[in-house]
Ligand binder design. Structure first.
Ligand code: NAD
Length: 714
């Protein structure tokens, strides 16, 4: 053995040929501190190895190297520019040393080679991939650019268009696509990967393959003339700029770095990449997106651990109600391989549920995401029914009938009498208290909330709501079910509105007060969309539907009268009373007309404006910062209250719930991250300046405490 560490080993496998094997102890292969340091030491041994003729790079895991260790980023980024550059340099030096060895290097790529994993492979002379390989540079998804040579080596290996496309989209690519793009040199069966890579190495060693010329190309400026380069860069800047938008500067920065370094050799180009990476790493967008990545890992792990506690896996489900939600839930469960019985009282409901499922599946087939027989399989797993058996063998029942407590009480009690003692019963109610619904049940411990979002197939979040009597095994099985359905489960405790609606409606209260005070709702929508929300509040209310929104607003005003009680006629009430329900009947704050593709397109509504006129003060113009503050602060104080009351267990879960349930702008990372970004003291100061408007602008005890101690939520 030439070198043996915790993450990698080097040994001579035949005369003069050494194998550098990545095989991290107890984890996937990644470039963490240990691996980077060991790689440096291993390279010293390789460089000094007598009679060295070639280096084979392999992985002892099913995945090659998944990339940098992102858990290290937060502390590195906190250290500022110098710390970031030092962090990059250590591994950049490693990659250059490998590239500069006086012998050929061939890498065998299996499974994932992402980010730093692919950048490392790019510093080898030849890349042989297994059929299962997935390669890409996903850094821009974290608000960063590749930092270990990707912006320099990829365009020199595969050309500028491929480099721009791969880096700006952050996509991971299949082995065959990588071969077509020229990123890898061969694709072979998984079993013959190592042997094929070794044969390639021997061919380099014998001179049959000219590794030196292709290596030289990576060290030189890009070879194309000024007009070509200007066209390539200008076209991609226009396209990428429009796609990514102003809140996601990393893709554009990546193009600029590739452009600036086009006429430079490797050693002059890499410092430009380091500068670009550092600039991006110091943006709040990158810090939020890295935070989101880590929080996502946290919630997924927490849900997995919880699901493991379930005494039973979930394979058979019964969905009660085949409406918008029940139909969507049945479709999603069947798509993921669960058997579903779908019960409704009306044949028309069942027919609608099945035809909606068929429509969604047809779209998947048309997009090439599914084969026609797969579609039949999914539909066959859904059994529509108008009657319930006397004994039901399901592992879980998901109730999604009309939002009426009386109907729900009756339906839940009836189904409880038919299921086994161990069956979990969950309700998809969006507003009715779980403890109140449990009152009709003999086994309230087996009951909880399972709140999906509309449209079910597209929205990742499921709020699992624990009632006062819900047992932990019920929570565990419900989380296991959400996971089996491919959803992100976040467990919260019962309260009016649960987590999402409880914090969404204070935001809508901010909206209602702004409109009352004379600010136009179009201006509010524009300010909030510019801030990053996918749609402004008026538009969002039109999408949710005014009847649903007013109902929820009433539940919350009764639940929290001190701060959410109605004190004036809100704009949504005016719309509702005038039957302007939103997109569902083509008129709300806006009027809706179908566009060419049949999708609703919003236009200004003179009628809506004149209906509101008697309820609003004379027109007031507020700057976007004031609008954002008045909209976001009620959401912030309410989410802080939810944390302090234990409704949600951590800032990470709260923020991820907002991202997955409401489409909260990812580059802001969530409300707690937004508060941290501005500083909790500044948030409290801003809130106090609006305190006269409503108690929703009062900072909580926890916020004030953090502000005083200069602490943050993360
Ligand atoms: P919906 O009106 O589209 O569907 C309700 C279905 O329940 C209808 O098909 C109806 O025939 C059926 N039904 C009524 N009584 C029944 C019974 N006794 N047994 C079986 N089926 C019965 O309503 P929806 O929008 O799908 O909402 C269903 C539930 O999901 C509600 O609790 C709602 O609050 C909740 N929810 C809705 C949304 C949303 O955006 N629509 C989002 C989250 C949660």
């Amino acid at each position: 053995m030439i070198f043996e560490g915790k993450a990698l080993q080097v040994q001579e496998i035949e005369s003069g040929v050494v194998e550098l094997l990545f095989n991290a102890e107890g984890s996937v292969n990644k470039f963490d501190d240990t691996t980077v340091s060991e790689l440096g030491s291993a390279l010293s041994k390789i460089e000094a190895h007598p009679g060295l003729k070639g280096v084979l790079v392999t992985s002892g895991k099913s995945a090659f190297i998944v990339g940098a260790d992102i858990t290290e980023f937060t502390s590195v980024f906190k250290g500022g520019a110098l710390a970031i550059k030092a962090h990059l340099k250590k591994n950049l030096d490693n990659f250059n040393r490998l590239e500069d060895l006086p012998v050929p290097t061939v890498v065998a790529i299996s499974g994932f080679a992402l980010g730093g994993g692919l950048e490392f492979a790019l510093s080898c002379d030849f890349r042989i991939a297994a059929e299962d390989a997935r390669v890409g540079l996903p850094e821009t998804k974290l608000g960063l650019i590749p930092g270990w040579g990707g912006t320099c080596r990829l365009p020199r290996i595969a050309g500028v268009p491929t480099a721009v496309e791969w880096i700006c989209s952050g996509s991971d690519n299949r082995a065959n696509d990588a071969l077509t793009a020229g990123v890898v040199d061969g694709v072979v069966a998984v079993e013959s990967l190592r042997e094929s890579a070794l044969i390639t190495l021997r061919r380099c060693m014998s001179g049959e393959l000219d590794y030196k010329t292709r290596r030289e190309r990576k060290l030189q400026p890009l070879s194309f003339n000024d007009i070509e380069s200007m066209m390539a860069f200008e076209t991609s800047k226009g396209f990428v700029g429009a796609q990514a938008g102003k809140h996601y500067p990393a893709p554009m920065e990546a193009i600029k770095v590739i452009e600036r370094s086009a006429k430079l050799g490797r050693d002059e180009a890499l410092p430009l990449e380091t500068d670009g990476f550092t600039k991006m790493a110091l943006t709040s967008a990158a810090q939020a997106l890295v935070g989101v990545f880590l929080s996502d890992q946290y919630i997924v792990k927490k849900a997995k651990d919880m699901a493991k506690q379930s005494d039973q896996s979930v394979s058979d489900t019964l969905v009660l109600g085949a409406g918008i939600m029940g139909g969507g839930i049945a479709y999603q469960a069947a798509l993921k391989g669960l058997n579903v019985s779908m019960k409704d009282i009306a044949q028309s409901g069942l027919d609608l549920g099945m035809s909606e499922a068929a429509k969604l599946l047809t779209k998947r087939v048309n997009r090439g995401k599914m084969k026609a027989d797969g579609m039949a399989g999914v539909l066959n797993r859904i059994t529509p029914t108008l009657t319930l058996d006397a004994e039901i063998g399901s592992d879980i029942v998901i109730e999604a009938v009309v939002e009426n407590p009386k109907v729900k009480h009756a339906v839940l009690a009836d189904v409880e009498s038919r299921v086994s003692d161990g069956c979990v019963v969950a309700s998809n109610t969006s507003t009715i208290s779980i403890d109140y619904l449990a009152e009709s049940l003999n086994r309230p411990e087996n009951f909880c909330g399972m709140h999906f979002f509309n449209p079910v197939h597209a929205m990742p979040l499921v709020e699992v709501i624990r009632g006062a009597k819900t047992s932990e095994s019920t929570v565990a099985r419900t989380v296991a079910c959400a996971q089996a359905m491919g959803k992100k489960a976040i467990v919260v405790n019962d309260c009016p509105g649960f987590l999402i609606n409880r914090v969404l409606f204070p935001y809508f209260a901010g909206f209602s007060m702004l409109v009352r005070d004379g600010v136009s709702y179009q201006a509010i929508d524009k300010a909030m969309e510019n801030w990053g929300w996918p749609m402004g509040p008026a538009y969002l209310l039109d999408v949710i539907g005014m009847d649903t929104a007013v109902h929820c607003e009433t539940v919350l005003s009764e639940g929290f009268p001190d701060r959410m009680g109605k004190t004036f006629k809100a704009a949504m009430d005016v719309m509702y009373e005038n039957e302007r329900l939103g997109q569902k009947n083509g008129k709300g704050f806006y009027d809706y007309q179908k566009d060419k593709r049949g999708k609703p397109k919003k236009v200004v509504s003179e009628e809506a404006l004149s209906l509101l006129a008697p309820h609003v003060s004379s027109a007031t113009e507020l700057g976007p910062d004031d609008i954002v503050a008045r909209m976001m602060l009620p959401m912030a104080t309410e989410i802080a209250r939810c944390l302090e009351e234990g409704i949600v267990a951590s800032p990470a879960e709260a923020d991820m719930a907002l991202l997955y349930g409401l489409g909260f702008p990812p580059f802001r990372g969530g409300v707690f991250r937004w508060m941290d970004d501005l500083g909790v003291d500044k948030i409290c100061e801003m809130a106090s300046s609006f305190e006269n408007l409503s108690p929703l602008y009062q900072s909580t005890a926890g916020m004030l405490d953090k502000a005083e101690k200069n602490e943050s939520y993360y």
